[in-house]
Design a protein around this ligand. Structure first.
Ligand code: ATP
Length: 268
Protein backbone atom coordinates (compact mmCIF):
# COMPACT_ATOMS: atom_id res chain seq x y z
CA UNK A 1 0.00 0.00 0.00
CA UNK A 2 1.26 3.46 -0.87
CA UNK A 3 2.03 5.61 2.11
CA UNK A 4 1.68 9.29 1.30
CA UNK A 5 4.87 11.25 1.71
CA UNK A 6 5.97 14.78 0.82
CA UNK A 7 5.18 16.23 -2.63
CA UNK A 8 3.43 13.11 -3.87
CA UNK A 9 6.39 10.80 -3.22
CA UNK A 10 5.40 7.35 -2.03
CA UNK A 11 7.32 4.49 -0.55
CA UNK A 12 7.06 2.89 -3.98
CA UNK A 13 8.53 5.88 -5.80
CA UNK A 14 11.51 4.74 -7.86
CA UNK A 15 14.89 6.22 -6.96
CA UNK A 16 15.00 7.91 -10.36
CA UNK A 17 12.40 8.64 -12.97
CA UNK A 18 12.84 11.01 -15.90
CA UNK A 19 10.01 11.74 -18.30
CA UNK A 20 10.34 13.50 -21.65
CA UNK A 21 13.63 14.99 -20.52
CA UNK A 22 15.02 17.54 -22.95
CA UNK A 23 18.00 19.86 -22.64
CA UNK A 24 19.01 22.45 -25.20
CA UNK A 25 22.19 24.50 -24.94
CA UNK A 26 23.05 27.67 -26.77
CA UNK A 27 26.42 27.42 -28.53
CA UNK A 28 27.08 30.87 -30.05
CA UNK A 29 24.08 31.52 -32.27
CA UNK A 30 23.31 27.80 -32.63
CA UNK A 31 21.16 25.71 -30.38
CA UNK A 32 22.29 22.18 -29.50
CA UNK A 33 19.82 19.57 -28.33
CA UNK A 34 21.92 17.57 -25.88
CA UNK A 35 19.01 15.48 -24.65
CA UNK A 36 15.84 14.90 -26.62
CA UNK A 37 12.71 13.64 -24.83
CA UNK A 38 14.37 10.85 -22.87
CA UNK A 39 12.23 8.81 -20.47
CA UNK A 40 13.80 6.35 -18.09
CA UNK A 41 12.89 4.71 -14.81
CA UNK A 42 15.48 3.22 -12.49
CA UNK A 43 14.04 0.80 -9.95
CA UNK A 44 15.10 0.40 -6.34
CA UNK A 45 18.22 -1.76 -6.15
CA UNK A 46 18.92 -1.55 -9.89
CA UNK A 47 22.37 -1.02 -11.40
CA UNK A 48 22.14 0.76 -14.76
CA UNK A 49 24.89 1.74 -17.19
CA UNK A 50 24.35 4.58 -19.66
CA UNK A 51 26.46 4.20 -22.79
CA UNK A 52 26.76 6.24 -25.97
CA UNK A 53 29.28 7.93 -28.21
CA UNK A 54 30.96 11.17 -27.20
CA UNK A 55 28.39 13.97 -27.30
CA UNK A 56 25.39 11.61 -27.14
CA UNK A 57 24.10 13.27 -23.96
CA UNK A 58 25.24 10.89 -21.21
CA UNK A 59 26.71 13.51 -18.86
CA UNK A 60 23.83 15.86 -19.55
CA UNK A 61 21.39 13.15 -18.46
CA UNK A 62 23.37 12.55 -15.28
CA UNK A 63 23.69 16.25 -14.48
CA UNK A 64 19.94 16.73 -14.95
CA UNK A 65 19.24 13.70 -12.76
CA UNK A 66 21.38 15.27 -10.04
CA UNK A 67 19.68 18.65 -10.43
CA UNK A 68 23.01 20.26 -11.33
CA UNK A 69 21.37 21.85 -14.34
CA UNK A 70 17.73 22.63 -15.25
CA UNK A 71 15.77 20.74 -17.87
CA UNK A 72 14.48 22.66 -20.88
CA UNK A 73 11.47 20.33 -20.91
CA UNK A 74 10.41 17.25 -18.99
CA UNK A 75 10.52 16.05 -15.43
CA UNK A 76 13.16 14.58 -13.12
CA UNK A 77 11.96 12.81 -9.99
CA UNK A 78 14.39 11.44 -7.45
CA UNK A 79 12.72 9.20 -4.86
CA UNK A 80 9.44 10.67 -6.09
CA UNK A 81 10.46 14.30 -5.57
CA UNK A 82 10.20 16.60 -8.57
CA UNK A 83 13.53 18.48 -8.62
CA UNK A 84 11.98 21.45 -10.47
CA UNK A 85 9.57 22.04 -7.57
CA UNK A 86 12.44 22.86 -5.20
CA UNK A 87 14.12 26.17 -4.48
CA UNK A 88 17.90 26.28 -5.00
CA UNK A 89 18.41 25.90 -1.26
CA UNK A 90 16.02 22.95 -0.99
CA UNK A 91 17.63 21.32 -4.01
CA UNK A 92 21.14 21.68 -2.57
CA UNK A 93 19.97 20.18 0.70
CA UNK A 94 18.07 17.37 -1.07
CA UNK A 95 21.02 16.56 -3.33
CA UNK A 96 23.38 16.41 -0.39
CA UNK A 97 21.18 13.91 1.45
CA UNK A 98 19.57 11.85 -1.29
CA UNK A 99 21.97 11.77 -4.25
CA UNK A 100 25.48 10.30 -4.15
CA UNK A 101 27.68 11.79 -6.86
CA UNK A 102 30.90 10.29 -8.17
CA UNK A 103 32.79 11.95 -11.00
CA UNK A 104 35.79 11.04 -13.13
CA UNK A 105 37.75 13.91 -11.64
CA UNK A 106 37.95 12.90 -8.04
CA UNK A 107 36.93 16.18 -6.42
CA UNK A 108 38.53 15.32 -3.10
CA UNK A 109 39.73 18.15 -0.91
CA UNK A 110 43.55 17.83 -0.88
CA UNK A 111 44.01 19.27 2.61
CA UNK A 112 41.61 16.81 4.26
CA UNK A 113 42.25 13.18 5.18
CA UNK A 114 40.35 10.31 3.55
CA UNK A 115 38.04 10.16 6.55
CA UNK A 116 37.43 13.92 6.59
CA UNK A 117 36.63 13.84 2.87
CA UNK A 118 34.07 11.07 3.46
CA UNK A 119 32.55 13.07 6.32
CA UNK A 120 32.12 16.25 4.26
CA UNK A 121 28.49 15.60 3.21
CA UNK A 122 27.61 15.07 6.87
CA UNK A 123 29.19 18.32 7.97
CA UNK A 124 25.86 19.70 9.22
CA UNK A 125 24.65 16.45 10.82
CA UNK A 126 24.41 16.67 14.58
CA UNK A 127 25.54 13.27 15.86
CA UNK A 128 29.29 13.40 15.31
CA UNK A 129 30.16 10.06 16.88
CA UNK A 130 27.59 8.25 14.73
CA UNK A 131 28.87 9.83 11.53
CA UNK A 132 32.52 9.12 12.32
CA UNK A 133 31.55 5.49 12.94
CA UNK A 134 29.64 5.36 9.63
CA UNK A 135 32.55 6.86 7.68
CA UNK A 136 34.91 4.39 9.35
CA UNK A 137 32.66 1.46 8.40
CA UNK A 138 32.46 2.61 4.81
CA UNK A 139 36.20 3.08 4.49
CA UNK A 140 36.64 -0.39 5.98
CA UNK A 141 34.13 -1.94 3.54
CA UNK A 142 35.90 -0.27 0.64
CA UNK A 143 39.27 -1.63 1.71
CA UNK A 144 40.56 1.70 3.00
CA UNK A 145 40.55 0.98 6.73
CA UNK A 146 44.29 1.63 6.99
CA UNK A 147 44.10 4.77 4.82
CA UNK A 148 41.69 6.83 6.94
CA UNK A 149 44.25 9.44 7.94
CA UNK A 150 45.98 9.71 4.55
CA UNK A 151 45.47 12.82 2.45
CA UNK A 152 44.47 12.34 -1.23
CA UNK A 153 48.02 13.13 -2.37
CA UNK A 154 49.23 10.04 -0.51
CA UNK A 155 46.62 7.74 -2.07
CA UNK A 156 46.64 5.99 -5.45
CA UNK A 157 44.06 6.97 -8.10
CA UNK A 158 42.02 3.84 -7.34
CA UNK A 159 42.10 4.54 -3.61
CA UNK A 160 41.05 8.16 -4.20
CA UNK A 161 38.11 6.98 -6.29
CA UNK A 162 37.11 4.59 -3.49
CA UNK A 163 37.17 7.53 -1.05
CA UNK A 164 34.94 9.44 -3.49
CA UNK A 165 32.56 6.45 -3.56
CA UNK A 166 32.54 6.23 0.25
CA UNK A 167 31.73 9.95 0.36
CA UNK A 168 28.86 9.39 -2.10
CA UNK A 169 27.44 6.62 0.11
CA UNK A 170 27.78 8.19 3.53
CA UNK A 171 24.37 9.89 3.51
CA UNK A 172 22.63 6.61 2.52
CA UNK A 173 21.39 8.28 -0.71
CA UNK A 174 18.40 7.08 -2.73
CA UNK A 175 20.69 6.78 -5.74
CA UNK A 176 24.36 6.93 -6.67
CA UNK A 177 25.10 8.72 -9.95
CA UNK A 178 28.60 8.05 -11.29
CA UNK A 179 29.99 9.83 -14.37
CA UNK A 180 32.88 7.84 -15.93
CA UNK A 181 34.09 6.78 -12.45
CA UNK A 182 36.86 4.65 -13.96
CA UNK A 183 37.87 7.21 -16.58
CA UNK A 184 41.01 8.38 -14.80
CA UNK A 185 42.14 4.89 -13.75
CA UNK A 186 44.15 2.15 -15.43
CA UNK A 187 42.17 -0.93 -16.43
CA UNK A 188 43.07 -2.97 -13.32
CA UNK A 189 41.97 -0.24 -10.93
CA UNK A 190 38.97 0.51 -13.17
CA UNK A 191 37.84 -3.11 -12.88
CA UNK A 192 38.30 -3.00 -9.10
CA UNK A 193 35.95 -0.02 -8.96
CA UNK A 194 33.43 -1.94 -11.11
CA UNK A 195 33.64 -4.97 -8.80
CA UNK A 196 33.08 -2.66 -5.87
CA UNK A 197 29.97 -1.09 -7.42
CA UNK A 198 28.66 -4.60 -8.24
CA UNK A 199 29.22 -5.69 -4.64
CA UNK A 200 27.53 -2.58 -3.23
CA UNK A 201 24.58 -3.32 -5.49
CA UNK A 202 24.44 -7.06 -4.73
CA UNK A 203 25.04 -6.91 -1.00
CA UNK A 204 23.50 -3.58 -0.01
CA UNK A 205 20.99 -3.07 -2.83
CA UNK A 206 22.47 0.33 -3.60
CA UNK A 207 20.81 1.85 -6.65
CA UNK A 208 23.51 2.92 -9.10
CA UNK A 209 23.55 4.69 -12.46
CA UNK A 210 26.94 4.78 -14.11
CA UNK A 211 27.82 6.69 -17.28
CA UNK A 212 30.53 5.03 -19.32
CA UNK A 213 31.63 4.51 -22.90
CA UNK A 214 33.49 1.31 -21.97
CA UNK A 215 31.79 -2.10 -22.45
CA UNK A 216 34.19 -3.52 -19.82
CA UNK A 217 32.52 -1.18 -17.30
CA UNK A 218 28.92 -1.40 -18.56
CA UNK A 219 28.91 -5.22 -18.45
CA UNK A 220 28.89 -5.05 -14.63
CA UNK A 221 25.48 -3.34 -14.61
CA UNK A 222 22.12 -5.14 -14.79
CA UNK A 223 20.72 -2.99 -17.57
CA UNK A 224 22.47 -1.01 -20.28
CA UNK A 225 20.86 2.05 -21.82
CA UNK A 226 22.34 3.44 -25.03
CA UNK A 227 21.96 7.09 -26.01
CA UNK A 228 22.42 8.35 -29.54
CA UNK A 229 22.19 12.05 -30.44
CA UNK A 230 20.41 12.78 -27.17
CA UNK A 231 17.79 10.09 -27.68
CA UNK A 232 17.37 6.74 -25.97
CA UNK A 233 18.40 4.45 -28.80
CA UNK A 234 18.11 1.04 -27.16
CA UNK A 235 18.37 -0.81 -23.87
CA UNK A 236 19.11 -4.37 -22.92
CA UNK A 237 20.03 -6.62 -20.02
CA UNK A 238 23.77 -7.19 -19.65
CA UNK A 239 23.03 -10.88 -18.89
CA UNK A 240 22.16 -11.30 -22.59
CA UNK A 241 25.90 -11.02 -23.31
CA UNK A 242 28.55 -13.57 -22.58
CA UNK A 243 31.16 -11.09 -21.34
CA UNK A 244 32.42 -7.65 -22.36
CA UNK A 245 33.67 -8.69 -25.83
CA UNK A 246 30.23 -9.81 -26.87
CA UNK A 247 28.72 -6.62 -25.45
CA UNK A 248 31.41 -4.56 -27.24
CA UNK A 249 30.62 -6.29 -30.56
CA UNK A 250 26.90 -5.59 -30.13
CA UNK A 251 27.49 -2.02 -29.00
CA UNK A 252 29.94 -1.21 -31.80
CA UNK A 253 27.55 -2.87 -34.24
CA UNK A 254 24.82 -0.53 -32.99
CA UNK A 255 26.93 2.63 -33.15
CA UNK A 256 28.74 1.80 -36.41
CA UNK A 257 25.43 0.98 -38.09
CA UNK A 258 24.29 4.46 -37.28
CA UNK A 259 27.51 6.41 -37.56
CA UNK A 260 29.05 4.71 -40.59
CA UNK A 261 26.23 3.81 -43.01
CA UNK A 262 28.70 1.98 -45.30
CA UNK A 263 29.14 -0.63 -42.53
CA UNK A 264 25.45 -1.42 -42.15
CA UNK A 265 25.94 -4.99 -43.32
CA UNK A 266 29.57 -5.14 -42.38
CA UNK A 267 29.34 -7.82 -39.67
CA UNK A 268 31.54 -7.35 -36.58
N1 ATP B 1 27.27 23.54 -20.97
C1 ATP B 1 27.13 23.27 -22.28
N2 ATP B 1 27.01 24.28 -23.17
C2 ATP B 1 26.82 24.03 -24.49
N3 ATP B 1 26.75 22.78 -25.01
C3 ATP B 1 26.87 21.73 -24.16
C4 ATP B 1 27.07 21.92 -22.77
N4 ATP B 1 27.14 20.71 -22.17
C5 ATP B 1 27.01 19.79 -23.16
N5 ATP B 1 26.84 20.41 -24.35
C6 ATP B 1 26.64 19.74 -25.65
O1 ATP B 1 25.62 18.78 -25.49
C7 ATP B 1 25.92 17.58 -26.19
C8 ATP B 1 25.94 16.40 -25.22
O2 ATP B 1 27.03 16.57 -24.32
P1 ATP B 1 27.33 15.53 -23.15
O3 ATP B 1 28.50 16.08 -22.40
O4 ATP B 1 26.10 15.26 -22.39
O5 ATP B 1 27.75 14.24 -23.97
P2 ATP B 1 28.47 12.91 -23.45
O6 ATP B 1 27.73 11.78 -24.09
O7 ATP B 1 28.56 12.91 -21.98
O8 ATP B 1 29.91 13.07 -24.10
P3 ATP B 1 31.35 12.56 -23.56
O9 ATP B 1 31.31 11.05 -23.63
O10 ATP B 1 32.30 13.14 -24.56
O11 ATP B 1 31.53 13.10 -22.18
C9 ATP B 1 27.25 17.84 -26.89
O12 ATP B 1 26.98 18.26 -28.21
C10 ATP B 1 27.87 18.96 -26.08
O13 ATP B 1 28.71 19.74 -26.88
Amino acid sequence: MDTNMKNGATLQSPPLEVVGLTKRFRQGNKQVTALDHVSLRVAEGEFVAVMGASGSGKSTLLHLAAGLTDATEGVVRVAGQDLASMSDKQLTHFRRRRIGLVFQSLNLVPALTAEENVLLPLYAASDRSHRVQLAGELLEQLGLGDRRTHRPGALSGGEQQRVAIARALVTEPAIVLADEPTGSLDSTNGQLICQLMRRLNDEQRRTIVVVTHEPTVAIWADRIVVLKDGQLQSQFESSSFDGPQELAAHYHGLTSTLEQPELVHGGQ
